[in-house]
Design a protein around this ligand. Structure first.
Ligand code: ZN
Ligand code: ZN
Length: 293
């Protein structure tokens, strides 16, 4: 139990330390200035600034979460999908509005009342957002401002810019959202019980216990490491995922990271020297034919 309290403290302090990192004020005043200019070029540029701000808001959350998730665990790249993955795998409150408070001492009794009686001081507030709404704005801004209409016939004119009024209205919607987020005084990396293990590469991998699923594959968070692990819920362990290679010359065997093989394209191979006889061993994917006779 003491260990858990320690871990909570670390999460809170970390969230606090990262608090002031995202400064949206210069972007907001830039977008406002461009809207005031009110030209086709300026609103188009404002739309681009809004898109970049949305990306920054989402990617900054990802950066904070990188202790808990590997780059290779992200399957989709749109800002919306990144935030959704964070909610599923790192912190279910990654996009929720919440205030974190801290008390100077531990409660005298371990009951809800005991906790309530403490002298809580707010550390800061994270302003949440709806990832789907953000995703729609991000796409909408591009459709209106960053592309022009495709001509449907020879008589249609190909314009230099999109529809200025429509762009300005979408920019105002996005700006309202960005302004709200800018009132955040911290970004939380979430709290909750953590489990960790050390990868063979030496990196410490951490995960939120409640979000781990039995049989889930976890890629090492070190971007230069090919190791991956499978989570076994029954004994809360992480098993290294490997592929056994047996040398045909000397029968020495070794385990290579399974991900090294999974990443291989069909026209690629990996090779290494056998530890027993120094002979070079090649590994590649080959089609295999099977037939029932
Ligand atoms: Zn590793
Ligand atoms: Zn050998």
């Amino acid at each position: 139990m003491k260990g858990d309290i320690e871990r909570h403290k670390i999460s809170v302090l970390k969230a606090y330390a990262e608090a002031a990192l995202i400064n949206l004020e210069p972007t907001i005043s830039q977008i406002e200035k461009l809207l005031e200019e009110n030209t086709e070029a300026s609103v188009t540029y404002a739309a681009l600034e809004c898109r970049l701000a949305i990306e920054r808001i989402c990617y900054e959350r990802l950066r904070l979460a990188h202790d808990y998730i590997s780059h290779d665990d992200l399957r989709k790249w749109q800002p919306r999908d990144i935030v959704k993955t964070l909610i599923q795998e790192v912190d279910e409150h990654a996009a929720t509005t919440l205030t974190i408070s801290i008390a100077p001492e531990v409660p005298s009794e371990n009951t809800p009342e005991g906790f309530k009686a403490l002298d809580w001081k707010p550390l800061g507030t994270q302003i949440g957002f709806n990832p789907n709404k953000f995703g729609k704005l991000w796409n909408g801004l591009a459709n209106l401002a960053l592309h022009i209409e495709i001509p449907t016939s020879k008589d249609t004119t190909v314009k230099q810019y999109g529809d200025m009024q429509a762009i300005a209205s979408k920019v105002k919607q996005a700006l309202a959202e960005i302004k709200q987020i800018s009132e955040s005084t911290l970004m939380s990396t979430g709290m909750g019980e953590e489990v960790s293990f050390e990868c063979v590469c030496g990196s410490k991998n951490k995960r939120r216990l409640e979000l781990l699923k039995d049989g889930q594959t976890i890629n090492c968070t070190n971007p230069d490491c090919d190791e991956s692990y499978v989570y076994v819920q029954s004994d809360m362990s992480f098993g290294r995922r490997t592929f056994e290679i047996v040398c045909r010359a000397c029968e020495a065997s070794r385990d290579i990271p399974k991900r090294m093989v999974e990443k291989l394209r069909t026209d690629q191979h990996i090779h290494f020297d056998c530890e027993g006889c120094r002979e070079t061993i090649y590994v590649s994917w080959r089609p295999m034919q099977a037939q029932r006779t």
